[in-house]
Design a protein around this ligand. Structure first.
Ligand SMILES: [Zn+2]
Length: 238
């Protein structure tokens, strides 16, 4: 579905855009496409078993999956990066933070195949971004911020679109339908780091927040991050 001019959500089983298994609502993250003059950027791949549906959604909006030039990964979990190897086979460039690059390169338990009873197929990331690093792709400047906690590789990406600050936030902030935080079962989950990340994220000005699951925040994004920080401070401090 189209979210903003030339920004689309193309997967997400919680809203039924893609469906992996009957009844599954967490197998596929929200994936987003940005349409630029020189091609498409994709944020997260979904689990991979629904890639044909993701591609169909791209075509529905008049775009061609063959025009995907870069994939940005928010983290290594199967529902976000499981389809990475399939897109890598199409010679698409991958961008992520260092921890995520290491995890998907090894395909180990940090990718959480065990949660889905599936095997994560490893693949290589081409460009690794540090905290605060900016990259210009197809003419769009995107800033990466490392927000470890839900997984050690969690990275959020921000850019300015039509004068507004857009943040693609992965699983750092949970969907309101299911609590404040991302799932806590990852082998590299860390409350201390998570709290630190939320503290930093609460300082960001955000107009639109595009999360890893569930509802997009067209207003109140900063307020939502502050709420989650508040919950973390109450529940997690020693
Ligand atoms: Zn996750």
């Amino acid at each position: 579905m189209q979210l903003l001019h030339n920004i689309f959500q193309v997967s997400g089983d919680l809203v039924g855009l893609t469906v992996d298994e009957p009844g599954a609502i967490w197998n596929d993250c929200n994936s987003y496409v940005i349409r630029l003059e020189e091609g498409l950027l994709l944020f997260d791949t979904g689990c991979g078993d629904t890639l044909d549906q993701l591609f169909a959604n791209i075509r529905y909006w008049g775009m061609d999956p063959a025009d995907i030039r870069y994939v940005f990964l928010t983290h290594a979990h199967y529902d976000h990066a499981g389809g990475g190897h399939l897109l890598k086979d199409l010679r698409i460039q991958f961008v992520s933070g260092n921890e995520t690059a290491d995890a998907v390169g090894k395909g180990d338990k940090r990718c959480c195949g065990y949660l889905y009873h599936k095997v994560f197929t490893p693949f290589d990331v081409d460009t690794v971004l540090n905290d605060g690093q900016k990259i210009v792709v197809l003419g769009l400047e995107i800033e990466a911020r490392l927000m470890p906690g839900h997984s050690m590789g969690c990275t959020i990406y921000s850019f300015v679109w039509e004068g507004k600050k857009v943040v693609i936030s992965g699983d750092v902030i949970g969907t309101k339908l299911s609590g404040d935080f991302g799932w806590s079962g990852s082998i590299d989950f860390c409350r201390t780091k998570y709290l630190d990340s939320l503290t930093q994220m609460a300082d960001l000005e955000i107009d639109y927040m595009l999360p890893g699951h569930g509802m997009v925040y067209f207003s109140g994004a900063k307020r939502r991050v502050e709420e989650v920080l508040n919950t973390a401070l109450m529940e997690w401090r020693q």
